[in-house]
Design a protein around this ligand. Structure first.
Ligand SMILES: Nc1nc2c(ncn2[C@@H]2O[C@H](COP(=O)(O)OP(=O)(O)O)[C@@H](O)[C@H]2O)c(=O)[nH]1
Ligand SMILES: [Mg+2]
Length: 259
């Protein structure tokens, strides 16, 4: 039987910070001499700030796909995920060869490719099958300045948790870029969802958005999503310990995290 390992998927909209978090978590585990490996599933990325141990770009040449099938960038990403699905055995055998205790998975910029298409679901389920897995969903702070933006991104996170059937931790990325006032507002929204509802109520003349947002918050409260999310920064390291601690709780007690 294959050795048990722990898998952490980075998820989030394009530019939310998945790649930089992969690097930061890789360094975090490395610094503690834990056996960690990285897997890049983004065939379209040009440059990475870390050296992936396993890289789909070694298997798939996106420029060749574009030329061969006359595809645009989006079509090429869809085709690349389909190709990854057909070559998943090769990726699995590379994982088995490395046998890391912790596997960090950097997913493509366009989240819908990975989360909503059957190829993405297949790839994630095969990678996750012999491991204990969790996903970290990153919320880009530039997208949640308005309260409806915040509630709709939370809804996206819930929807992706359903799609992938993985336990999920939600974090707001790039904490170092968030202005103090916005951070305080966000913290209030998280700690007291009633203030989020009150802020949405102040939006004028858009009753449908209001109604929808209020229903979403109600739904999120039922799933207890709002109380558990926190800001992090890959740049400054803010709350990375908290994030790893939360991952640790998902995986069950593991003493060697804080040796
Ligand atoms: N200031 C700051 N910038 C960040 C942080 N995390 C990511 N970024 C920047 O946000 C951009 C997108 O990050 P990336 O990790 O490539 O996003 P991805 O598309 O989700 O993989 C890059 O220019 C990063 O430098 C952070 O914690 N703080
Ligand atoms: Mg990326």
């Amino acid at each position: 039987m294959a050795q048990r390992y722990y898998t952490i998927f980075m998820l989030g909209t394009a530019g939310s910070g998945k790649t930089f978090l992969t690097r930061t978590l890789n360094d975090w585990f490395d610094d503690r001499r834990l056996d960690v490996a990285t897997l890049n599933l983004d065939a379209g990325v040009r440059r990475l700030p870390y050296n992936p141990d396993i890289d789909v770009r070694d298997i798939i040449d996106i420029d060749e796909l574009i030329d061969k099938y006359q595809l645009g960038p989006n079509g090429a990403m869809i085709a690349s995920m389909d190709l990854i699905a057909t070559k998943i055995d090769k990726i699995k055998s590379e994982i088995d060869y490395l046998k890391p205790e912790y596997l960090l998975i950097d997913t493509p910029g366009q989240i819908e490719l990975f989360a909503y298409r059957s190829s993405g679901r297949l790839v994630s389920s095969i990678i996750a099958e012999e491991s204990q897995s969790v996903s970290v969903f990153l919320i880009d702070p530039s997208l949640i300045i308005r309260p409806e933006g915040f509630s709709s991104l939370l809804l996206l996170s819930v929807s992706i948790a359903f799609q992938l059937s993985l336990p999920q931790i939600v974090a707001i990325s790039k904490e170092d870029l968030i202005e103090k006032q916005q951070l305080e507002r966000l913290e209030r929204w998280i700690e007291e969802p009633a203030t989020l509802i009150a802020d949405i109520r102040q939006i004028q003349n858009i009753s449908l958005t209001q109604q929808l947002s209020l229903s979403v918050i109600d739904l999120l409260n039922q799933f207890k999503v709002t109380g558990e999310l926190f800001p992090i920064s890959s740049q400054s390291g803010f709350n990375i310990d908290t994030l790893v601690g939360t991952i640790e709780r998902e995986f069950g007690e593991k003493d060697d995290f804080y040796e």
